[in-house]
Design a protein around this ligand. Structure first.
Ligand SMILES: NC(=O)c1ccc[n+]([C@@H]2O[C@H](COP(=O)([O-])OP(=O)(O)OC[C@H]3O[C@@H](n4cnc5c(N)ncnc54)[C@H](O)[C@@H]3O)[C@@H](O)[C@H]2O)c1
Length: 372
């Protein structure tokens, strides 16, 4: 198959759909790979790195879209890219269509076969193509908090790990999933005192075992959240109820009772935020202060470290991308988890939550792929 990698054009997006590592695997499997000039620059992979492997470097996105049978990207296509998509062309990328009717309409009209990273599943009920970005965001949350605690950044002047004889910072993580676990690992590694609040009992048991007593675990009740948040120097919001807006676990009223200049890092901001006072921020201006509490609410945290993020993402997408390249849309007939990723198939919406959110007719992926 001819596989195309356009340069990402969304503002502040420096990741790339295929890293040189992945391109080498596609080429070894007998596929042709077209890479738009400059596509890998954001992760330090110049055209020469791709060309040396045998990829074809093409000057424009238009050429990539015109020739490739499958487009591999990171972010959802932007309006200039909508027009370049062709009927029957496979698009493999993050889409997040539910809140984006315009994009959904454009993809429907294009006749393309759109497979969304974020809805591909695994046998444990997880979302394997979202997990690597949650790992990155969780780890970054503690770096961001550590920075925001510095006096030079307007913080309270506290070192996360303390030093011998001086107490470390208290880090409270609400939500013990992928983001929460990775945040806790970083905080523990730096020597902070860490508590994870989680609602699912089986997960609390796993966390207890995983951290071997190095982290306190607590059931996430309103009373326990109150107690922990009021004594915290850092609160990481990492809750998720799949398909729903994030629950508001910290209210505005609590801020005034918190330790002054404590830091709230709302990783769940991409689902609306889990603190009442959260609003999305960018890497250019990541923090703001409400009631003497510092808020960090960057909605695309992995964008800060595009090299790490691209490599992590490619490790997860590679097997699915290779299957699509080898078998085309039939790959989704053979793999039920990849089939979950099918959002739009030749003009029809095949993802039930997207159809419901946008009030569009729904056709099952099963029947769209001729499996019924
Ligand atoms: N800002 C960013 O750049 C960025 C990057 C990656 C992920 N995220 C977001 O981070 C959030 C967490 O992602 P994840 O991959 O860790 O999800 P996950 O499903 O692995 O974990 C979420 C956890 O929250 C728990 N939970 C739900 N309600 C709770 C409550 N009231 N109190 C305590 N725990 C509760 C769940 O039981 C689950 O264990 C998501 O909203 C995700 O979209 C944001």
């Amino acid at each position: 198959m001819r596989v195309g990698v356009p340069k990402e054009i969304k503002v502040q997006e420096h990741r790339v759909g295929l890293t040189p590592m992945a391109v080498r695997e596609y080429l070894a499997a007998g596929h042709e790979v077209l890479v738009q000039s400059g596509a890998g620059l954001g992760i330090g992979a110049g055209d020469a790195a791709y060309a040396a492997l045998g990829a074809r470097i093409v000057p424009s996105a238009a050429e990539v879209f015109a020739v490739a049978e499958m487009i591999v990207k990171v972010k959802e296509p932007q309006p200039t890219e909508w027009k370049m998509l062709r009927a029957g062309q496979i698009l493999f990328t993050y889409l997040h269509l539910a809140p984006d009717p315009e994009q959904a309409r454009a993809l429907i009209d294009s006749g393309c076969i759109a497979v969304a990273y974020e809805t591909v599943t695994d046998e444990r009920g997880g979302l394997p193509l979202l997990a690597p970005m949650s790992e990155v965001a969780g780890r970054l949350a503690i770096e961001a908090a550590g920075f925001a605690l510095r006096k030079s950044a307007g913080g309270k002047g506290l070192l996360l790990g303390g030093v011998p004889g001086v107490l470390p910072a208290r880090v409270v993580v609400i939500g013990g999933g992928v983001v929460g676990t990775h945040a806790a690992r970083m905080a523990v590694g730096l020597g902070a005192e860490v508590t994870i609040l989680e609602r699912a009992l089986p997960r609390l048991r796993q966390l207890d075992e995983m951290f071997q007593g190095r982290v306190r675990t607590r059931f996430s009740s309103a009373a326990n959240i109150d107690e922990e948040v009021l004594a915290a120097d850092v609160v990481v919001g990492a809750v998720l109820i799949p398909g729903a807006s994030a629950p508001r676990v910290v209210t505005r009223g609590m801020l005034a009772q918190m330790r002054p200049l404590s830091v709230l890092v709302d990783v769940s901001i991409d689902q609306g935020g889990c603190f009442e006072t959260s609003r999305p921020t960018t890497h250019d201006a990541p923090t703001y202060v409400v009631d003497n509490i510092v808020h960090y609410c960057v909605a695309n945290m992995p964008g800060a470290v595009p090299a790490t993020s691209s490599h992590a993402l490619n490790h997860a997408t590679l097997p699915f991308g290779l299957a699509l390249a080898a078998q085309g849309e039939r790959a989704m007939v053979h793999d039920a988890h990849l089939r979950q990723g099918l959002n739009i198939h030749r003009g029809r919406v095949t993802c039930a939550p997207v159809a419901l959110a946008l009030g569009l007719p729904f056709v099952s992926a099963h029947s769209a792929l001729g499996m019924a």
